[in-house]
Design a protein around this ligand. Sequence first.
Ligand code: ATP
Length: 365
Amino acid sequence: MRLELDDVSKRYGTATALDSVSLSVGEGEFFTLVGPSGCGKTTTLRCIAGFESPTEGAVRFDGESMAGVPPESRGVGVVFQNYALFPHLTVGENVAYGLRFTDPPGGATRDERVAELLELVDLSGFEDRDPDSLSGGQQQRVALARALAPGPDLLLLDEPMSALDARLRDRLRRQVKRIQSELGVTTVYVTHDQSEALAVSDRVAVLNRGRVEQVGNPRDVYHRPQTRFVAEFVGENNVLDAVVESRPETGGLRVGTEDQVFTLSEGGRTFGESLSPSTSDAAPGESITFCVRPEALRVGAGQNRIRGTIVDAEFQGATTRIRLDWSGTEVSVTIDDDTERGDGRFELGSELEVGFNPDASHIVE
Ligand code: ATP
């Protein structure tokens, strides 16, 4: 099923939860809404499910407006954060509850359908267990089986992993992804966790204060954030302000920050569908904002250099995250710990020079 949101706004009194949200989700796509708390993810999902009606705009399934269509008639499966299984029903009865409005698809009996779904979520033989006797991850898989029982055209998942510990979350995430692609069901997934969003999605929409900041595939959003907000939210970019100094004939753009001049690239690399604003529009004297990923900065290498004082060094396993104070601006650098280990360069208070090449930077709005 194709899902579209056309200029959907939702207001509660004077508070605006959603502000002209337009999205288009393709058949079989795994689409994720990501953003900080309060940005409007759940409200978007509730408008799609029909638990809320948009104040303005339309929600369309396969081109048809859902205005006035109640949730139970929308053919949508929903899994919430708190799995909300019925404790007085068995696992099998909980899954069968998903079939209260419809017959099992494909002419199967209820028992056959329940067994089929439990097999899909790797819980075969759990029919007669009480929900209370299951782990959090297992309970969430039962909730998923219940949502999928009627064979929905659209699956909505609202932070389904957030109550689980990190290891379980990883496992369940892989299972959800596998099941989703096996069934080919169009899926909208809500999370505030950017790394989770990048890991599972075909495409991601980054929301901020009820508005869509950027839509793109995970690589696109990670490597080419279009706005300062996306750059900061996805992967802790270094976001720096500068003024355009000149446009050298050799190409690129020379920009000055407080006490330094950098050369940025003209176009940069492209990942996926969206292009960031082109540097070629920027004229000398204009203020711009550019970003450089922490892992794109190299110790003592690169055309553009930043020299700062180490204020923090955090060992993260394969990498070490260093924070530099560069004339009052904090710059994050991720260093491959294998190659840089143990040479005493990461002492707090000592100086470190890092650099980046022009094509490792890119301009944001
Ligand atoms: P979280 O990650 O914390 O769940 P969210 O991104 O899902 O946040 P929403 O729950 O959609 O955000 O809320 C968006 C905004 O709308 C918030 O500012 C919230 O306070 C407001 N809001 C949501 N529901 C209501 C309501 N029923 N009445 C008033 N305001 C609401």
